[in-house]
Ligand binder design. Structure first.
Ligand SMILES: [Fe+2]
Length: 254
């Protein structure tokens, strides 16, 4: 049998299992769920081990193949969720429905786009030979511990994402925590006078407020008045750089 015909047969079997599950009673549905898991896990295993690598070799670079791997990963996650859900639970049929949509989409992509391209790229003899290997391997995987295989597949696809979050979240949180407090505490004490000059080069208002009172930092008119009394040279500089025109003239008007 041609490789693509064998895979289409599996697709048909899976579609029939979904249909039977939609009509099954609670006693029957667990067995059907286990059969669905075994069939899908074995099917995706032979595609990933044999069919996709050979298809990539025949087609060259194609976005269809990496997309298929990603869709398999999503199917695996939903299969594992389904395995961990009691058929009587209200989420069971919700998960089954999402899984069915994922599988149907994946099957459509393969049968309408990938398989025709692979059939054109591989000769008939190669398709037959690949079909034989797929069938033999499918039998082996189907008899193995498919739930353990499924768990390994999910573990392989998920840690990368969670690991990145863990690594990036901690350092950024530490940096943010380290930067914020000093910025708020600085104006309260004399230490601000060391930090201010660098900021003052960009923000003229703060250069004048390195003094002692917060009021001077937040009320431009007040700083205009108070500064000359304390240090005559500073207000003159800030009025040019920090408050061009309007505010300086307002302060002097008052
Ligand atoms: Fe597939």
């Amino acid at each position: 049998m041609k490789a693509t015909d064998l895979l289409k047969e599996h697709h048909q079997e899976v579609e029939e299992l979904f249909e039977r599950m939609s009509q099954a009673d609670s006693d029957e549905i667990s067995a059907l769920r286990d059969e669905l898991v075994a069939t899908l896990v074995s099917h995706t295993a032979i595609e990933e081990e044999l069919f996709y690598p050979e298809s990539r070799e025949a087609l060259g670079a194609s976005p269809l193949i990496p997309t298929s791997y990603e869709e398999h990963a999503l199917v695996d996650v939903m299969l594992q969720k389904l395995l961990s859900t009691e058929p009587g639970d209200e989420t069971f049929h919700a998960r089954l429905g999402v899984l069915k949509e994922l599988v149907q989409h994946h099957v459509e992509e393969e049968e309408k786009k990938l398989f025709p391209q692979v059939e054109s790229a591989m000769g008939a003899a190669r398709l037959e030979e690949l079909g034989s290997r797929l069938e033999a391997r499918f039998g082996q995987v189907r008899k193995s511990d498919v739930e353990a295989l499924l768990a390994r597949n999910v573990a392989k696809s998920m840690p990368a994402a969670t690991g990145r979050r863990a690594r990036t979240a901690k350092p950024s949180a530490r940096k943010a925590a380290a930067k914020r407090p000093p910025a708020k505490r600085a104006p309260k004490r004399a230490s601000t006078q060391r930090a201010e000059p660098a900021r003052g080069a960009q923000k003229g208002r703060r250069t004048t407020t390195t003094g002692r009172k917060k009021a001077a930092a937040t009320a431009p008119a007040k700083t205009g008045r108070a500064a000359p009394a304390r240090k005559p040279s500073r207000p003159a500089k800030t009025s040019r750089t920090g408050r061009k025109g309007g505010r300086a003239s307002n302060a002097s008007a008052r």
